[in-house]
Ligand binder design. Sequence first.
Ligand SMILES: [Zn+2]
Ligand SMILES: [Zn+2]
Length: 181
Amino acid sequence: MTELKITPYDQNIEISCTITGLWFYSHASKAWAALHVDGRALTLLPVSTRPRQAVQLFRSRKHWVLFAGCGTRVNARPVYGGLHIVQDRDAIQPDGAYPLFLSTRKVPRVEAFPGQERNVFCPRCKLTLEPGCDAVQCPNPDCSTWSHQHEDLPCWSYDEGCAACGHPTAMDDAGWTPEDL
Ligand SMILES: [Zn+2]
Ligand SMILES: [Zn+2]
């Protein structure tokens, strides 16, 4: 068994999608890691195996579509027809590699606040969010509130939950672990 090499490509292509990150469980570090996927495709290739074992994932508007390589298993079963729509909690196992457990939970990430027509106030400190300042948008689609996240005002990470809705603020929380399955 070997760790996976994950190669995102098409980094420059911007498309709208409800999923901005994929989570995977690293057996080497025994921890979840978030993989931010800015492009629309990535390849999973077991280290030290042949390209025909590679698994490819392509992003459509709403889903990730998996193209199985030689010997790929999803949730311990062969992929009939070689095609699979990725679901939350899928265990994807390229031939000869540890399974990759995917969570499609949106990943909180620090980005420049794009600004909005009206003044926006941070739910934690109640101060205005200036366009361009480092901030985090709550991944909960029913909330989507922006909070500061920079040296002077680490408002998003200040507490365990979003100040507006309580959604976990951890940057490495996939919502579940493989042990839960
Ligand atoms: Zn704030
Ligand atoms: Zn929230």
